[in-house]
Design a protein around this ligand. Structure first.
Ligand code: PGA
Length: 259
């Protein structure tokens, strides 16, 4: 089955307000010029810092979907500091990253907490993108497949049903922000393992339709080689998503790969 490609931009804790507004406008204009939108062969999803969400959601984001970089597994109530899936959905978010390696590293997010967030997001009609990936030490110890399988098992523990909708982003920690992109054949091997796991766990329909993205030092220079692999359903782009021209060049690689 052929899945459309998804190019996601994770802005992380960037950029300042006026730069962010201009960046969003440029990406949206670029997406519009390329005829992107609902049902197009490439879908663009942006993950700006939370304070941008209301304005971007109001401007309307037909060509570009919006997501949040993190979400808490709480509903309304006395949970100081938390932001719920329902609330960000109200403000226009449709996706939520769960378990990005920086969340795991700097905020102590565990696999079990990821599982709760995936379930909370899904319950609020927010599509979770579960981020998985091994560290350099785990790769060197040949533990990559065991690590990603554990992250999947626990992170998806509360997804019970074949009607569920979620995405996986394979992001080897050693490739994030380092300029050391993983080789396409390495990514394909891990993605095939992830796909086998999803089919075994959830059955052939959900297993086949769930997109598996790659992230880690994706740039306009290396995007084509990655995105032309049929096992790679898109990219989660950090640094290069802060430059509209670079990000749109990656979108163009995805469009070319789909032709
Ligand atoms: P990078 O980040 O593209 O800057 O490596 C990717 C990510 O963290 O999602």
């Amino acid at each position: 089955m052929s899945r459309s490609k998804i190019i996601a931009g994770n802005w992380k804790l960037n950029p300042p307000r006026h730069v962010g507004h201009a960046l969003f406008a440029a990406v949206r204009e670029g997406a519009r010029a390329r005829g992107l939108g609902h049902g197009s062969p490439v879908r663009v999803v942006l993950f700006p810092p939370l304070p941008y969400l209301e304005r971007f959601g109001e401007v309307g984001a037909l060509e570009v979907s919006l997501g949040v970089q993190s979400i808490d597994a709480f509903d309304w109530g006395a949970f100081t500091g938390a932001v719920s899936p329902q609330l960000v959905h109200d403000f226009g978010a449709r996706y939520a990253l769960v378990g990005h390696s920086e969340q795991r590293l700097y905020f102590g997010l565990t696999d079990t907490a990821c599982g709760r967030r995936v379930a909370a997001a899904a319950a609020a009609q927010l599509t979770p993108i579960l981020c998985i990936g091994e560290t350099a030490a785990e790769r060197d110890a040949s533990e990559t497949l065991a690590v990603v399988e554990r992250q999947l098992a626990v992170g998806l523990a509360e997804i019970a049903h074949a009607s569920a909708s979620f995405l996986i982003a394979y992001e080897p920690v050693w490739a994030i922000g380092t300029g050391r992109v993983a080789a396409p054949k390495t990514v394909v091997a891990v993605h095939e393992h992830v796909r086998d796991y999803l089919v075994r766990r959830f059955g052939p329909e959900l297993g086949a339709r769930t997109p598996i993205l790659y992230g880690g030092s994706v740039t306009p220079e290396n995007a084509s080689a990655l995105l032309s692999e049929r096992q790679i359903d898109g990219a989660l782009v950090g640094g290069a998503s802060l430059n509209a021209a670079a990000f749109l060049a990656i979108v163009d690689s995805a469009l070319a790969a789909g032709r």
